[in-house]
Ligand binder design. Structure first.
Ligand code: FEO
Length: 166
């Protein structure tokens, strides 16, 4: 069984992950509107990954006999100054999610929710990768700056992202 305090926190994180999914979907639409089809594909897959993260917690909570409570998802930012600023926003978002996962892990520890701690270890590892990827992309877009040829190359590279089954 899962305590009510852990249940509430996991429900909040389900909402955070689904909000991330929604935010990346908006980023994908923006990239598409700017004819950066590779970036659009990349963010669409990222959005699917975040949905998967939300569902991982959703399934965990149900397996532990908890109650899933789905809250409203707020409207994501849909307009950005440039394509590189979309990636800046992505890094900020991932750093925020890392903080949320850390806090959730700390709560699970305090509550002696050992099964939740094991489940959350996957998320801790995932966030290390997500932040690393975001930082690398921010660096690449900073280097490309407004060099059209480099931006087109980057767009092509990101368009090669394989769908993830996470
Ligand atoms: Fe599920 Fe990228 O945080």
């Amino acid at each position: 069984m899962v305590s009510s305090v852990v249940e509430k926190a996991i429900n909040e994180q389900i909402n955070n992950e689904l909000s991330s999914s929604y935010a990346y979907l908006a980023m994908s639409a923006f990239c598409e509107s700017q004819n950066f089809h590779g970036c659009a594909r990349w963010f669409r897959i990222q959005s699917q990954e975040e949905y998967g993260h939300g569902m991982k917690l959703f399934d965990f909570l149900l397996r532990r006999g908890g109650t899933v409570k789905l809250d409203a998802i707020s409207e994501p930012t849909a307009k950005f100054k440039t394509i590189p600023t979309v990636f800046d926003q992505m890094l900020k978002q991932e750093m925020e999610v890392s903080k949320q996962i850390d806090q959730l892990y700390e709560l699970a520890f305090k509550e002696k929710a050992f099964a939740a701690m094991v489940e959350l270890q996957w998320f801790l590892t995932e966030q290390v990768e997500e932040e690393k990827t975001a930082r690398e992309l921010v660096a690449k877009f900073n280097m490309a700056h407004d060099d059209a040829a480099l931006l087109i190359d980057l767009d092509r590279e990101l368009g090669g992202r394989a769908a993830d089954a996470t």
